[in-house]
Write a protein that binds this ligand. Sequence first.
Ligand SMILES: *Cc1c(COP(=O)(O)O)cnc(C)c1O
Length: 457
Amino acid sequence: MEKNIPYKTYLDESEMPKQWYNLRSDMKNKPAPLLNPGTLKPMTAEELSVVFCDELVKQELDDTTPYFDIPKEILEFYKMYRPSPLVRAYCLEKALGTPAKIYYKFEGNNTSGSHKLNSAIAQAYYAKKQGLKGVTTETGAGQWGTALSMACAYLGLDCKVYMVKCSYEQKPFRREVMRTYGASVTPSPSDTTNVGRKILAEHPGTTGSLGCAISEAVETATGSEGYRYVLGSVLSQVVLHQSIIGLESKKAFEKIGVKPDVIIGCAGGGSNLGGLIAPFMGEKLRGEADYEFIAVEPASCPSLTRGKYAYDFCDTGMVCPLAKMYTLGSGFIPSANHAGGLRYHGMSSILSQLYDDKLMTARSVEQTRVFAAAEQFARVEGILPAPESSHAIRVAIDEALKCKETGEEKTIFFGLTGTGYFDMVAYQKFNDGEMSDYIPTDDDLAAGFAGLPKVDL
Ligand SMILES: *Cc1c(COP(=O)(O)O)cnc(C)c1O
């Protein structure tokens, strides 16, 4: 007989995690260090502190300390929208007719609409504590820029966002949310930076890319007194902050006496997935428990499933450090895909190492199947999911349908990273039957790989 599991499980205030967990501390094979692109030597704290705040540099370089105290001010901010619920997807299970038990952790319960706020408030807090005037960043789909604008408004920091030009034009409401929170939003490439002017001169009609917006934001931060650059994914510090998702989930599961068998998350730069799996992967690494982990990425931007594990630039302008990661090459431009948050050429070096060590698996899915899953989910569970999150929904449903065939009663757990209210153009395309799937050919990928820097270590 199955226990009576509540539809939603929340933690009490006293049960809330007070520390972030650093997954790197339990990894036998540590992620490879960031390299200085000029000297090809590991980036020192001094070099990194030109770009990032001091406290965040410490977190970035620390792969041994298991836990970091969450500062009291950040805990206070988290209280405004956390804990996020762990939901038992009873309605979805019934609709699928599966014996599997499905759970999801919903991170869309805040105005910015995604998990990104978990790291935005942390990064803004350390900038404020260092006495800085403001921060710069890039945003593609707009979720990160929105989250950072909210965090900066709360702390009284200036926030300059470079928004990929096509999103700036296609998602005017995202832009206005950021401006409402006091951020300045510049379409990228712009004529406000050297790198932007250079790209505009070379590609006059370009609608921009994430890699290009990163280069502009970094240039502005390093050239402005009292500013630092912040990044919403990929970096190890971001995975550290996002561990709040996994820590809350693990406690909630313990509270109801359930252990997941399969843990699924979408992977763009890897921050939500890294945070979601962190404490569970920690148990696996320490030999205390076993789980199956699945990263889900778009077939149009398949960094893990078809990428190379190599040192690469994090941005198009090649101003950032080199990171060793599964990558399609910093020059790879994915075809139009409606999951903007998953269109990044690389992947967190933590997840890349875990994947290379076969501690987790990865799958790529086509966007029409993703939107079919999103609609099926919305109709029975009520939440309108972000296209990015819907990649995880797709694979969770696929796994649950497999259980229906085999009769297995697996417990499937996935991360529902956000809401899709600003993605209605994508839903419209899907509803009108105008969405297509473009899968890059091996030749397309070869062009991206050809641009990888030659690094012999
Ligand atoms: C940004 C984003 C993602 C992907 O980023 P990760 O760093 O891989 O987590 C996924 N879902 C939503 C809703 C996002 O905004």
